[in-house]
Design a binder for this molecule. Structure first.
Ligand code: XIL
Length: 365
């Protein structure tokens, strides 16, 4: 019934995505093109998520401040059932001064998600990156500082956020511990973080999140050894987030399946947490040709199929793509190479990649 109501609203052009106070949104008058065929979120019962920019510092893609904010909100709310903040819940933005939390942008995202019946995944509490300078240069009691940060943020969202990336990217590709302010100043900081989050919100699902763990067995060894160690000490952890920032060639679907299966064998939940598939890793293309778009369709289909076939229903934490449209993807800026790694093009239109994801969701319920 809910699906039917959503469908009617879409056909009638009723904006489900409205969220109060669009600030510098100049696009409210234009009607975004939303196709009436089934949305991704209506093709499966597992969460289908998207990372959204919210802050004024990410204005070009922000669902709050971009000139295209209302189109971005509309597309997100129609196609997806889950959201994650691309940046605004990271410490640099949500905790800019020791005695000051900036809830405004993250609260905006939470309200948007609730208004549109979407679940919210928290990203991220403990990372080596995106730190405010006061944290990097801290000279006080580090254990107390970590506890204050985690307890304040998790408590603020305890009734709204269902799951957290508690620690992000704590290992290097060879499986060794990544040096960071946290590893330097706090003994056993990873375990302490999970205990703190669980104490602040006993209902939240707790994930460890990282990249390349689908491709580098030694890195996944380190993560799974950490889980075994946690279990021996009764430290809570529910699942593993595979970022899956991958490309058209790498890694193989066989490797991806193998990595998911190792987590499943330990009874861990598995999320695809930051999916994007770059089609121009060697900088040989200047545009997404129809041939590349077709290869991307197959690659999205194969990766999602691998997830659905290897991870049993009860262990599926969901699939999140890292951005809405190719025009808002982080990858061209990060790699300094043009690319088109997402499901929608710059004009908010579904790409063949969308079809590949949809084909997989429908074929493997
Ligand atoms: C990225 C954002 O997409 C960019 O906007 C930002 O400039 C840098 O961070 N792994 C993660 C994400 O866990 O938080 C990163 O997001 C991408 C890599």
């Amino acid at each position: 019934m809910q699906k039917f109501i959503r469908h009617l609203a879409i056909v009638a052009g009723i904006g489900l995505a409205a969220c109060g106070g669009g600030q510098s949104d100049q696009s409210a008058a234009t009607t975004p093109t939303i196709p009436s065929s089934p949305m991704l979120r209506d093709q499966t019962t597992i969460p289908i998520g998207v990372a959204l920019a919210v802050g004024s510092f990410e204005q070009a893609s922000s669902i709050r401040y971009s000139p295209q904010a209302s189109q971005l909100r509309n597309l997100a709310a129609h196609e997806f059932s889950s959201v994650v903040a691309e940046n605004v819940m990271k410490p640099e933005f949500i905790h800019p001064q020791e005695d000051q939390y900036n809830w405004s942008d993250a609260d905006y995202l939470v309200k948007f998600a609730k208004d549109n019946g979407m679940r919210i995944h928290g990203h991220t509490l403990v990372w080596y990156n995106a730190l405010p300078s006061w944290m990097s240069n801290y000279t006080g009691d580090w254990d107390a500082m970590l506890a204050d940060h985690i307890t304040t943020v998790v408590s603020h969202y305890s009734s709204d956020i269902n799951s957290w990336d508690v620690v992000n990217e704590a290992f290097l590709d060879d499986g060794s511990a990544r040096p960071s302010i946290w590893s330097t100043h706090i003994s056993d900081y990873i375990a302490k973080a999970y205990v703190l989050v669980h104490a602040a919100d006993p209902d939240a699902e707790l994930y460890y999140n990282d990249y390349n763990i689908e491709a580098m067995p030694k890195k996944l060894d380190a993560v799974l050894n950490m889980v075994t160690n946690f279990r021996n000490r009764d430290i809570p952890i529910d699942g593993i987030g595979f970022q899956l920032h991958i490309d058209r060639y790498w890694p193989s679907v066989t490797d991806i399946r193998q990595a998911f299966s190792r987590c499943v064998a330990m009874g861990l939940k598995v999320r695809i947490s930051e999916l994007d598939i770059r089609m121009n890793p060697n900088n040989t293309a200047t545009t997404l040709t129809p041939e590349l778009a077709e290869l991307q369709r197959q690659r999205y289909r194969d990766v999602i199929t691998a997830y659905l076939e290897t991870v049993p229903y009860d262990l599926r934490g969901g699939i999140t793509v890292w951005g809405l449209t190719d025009a808002t993807s982080w990858t061209p800026g990060y790699y300094h190479i043009p690319d088109w790694p997402l499901l929608f093009d710059a004009n908010f239109q579904r790409k063949p990649a969308w079809t590949g994801m949809s084909e997989a969701l429908i074929a493997t319920p």
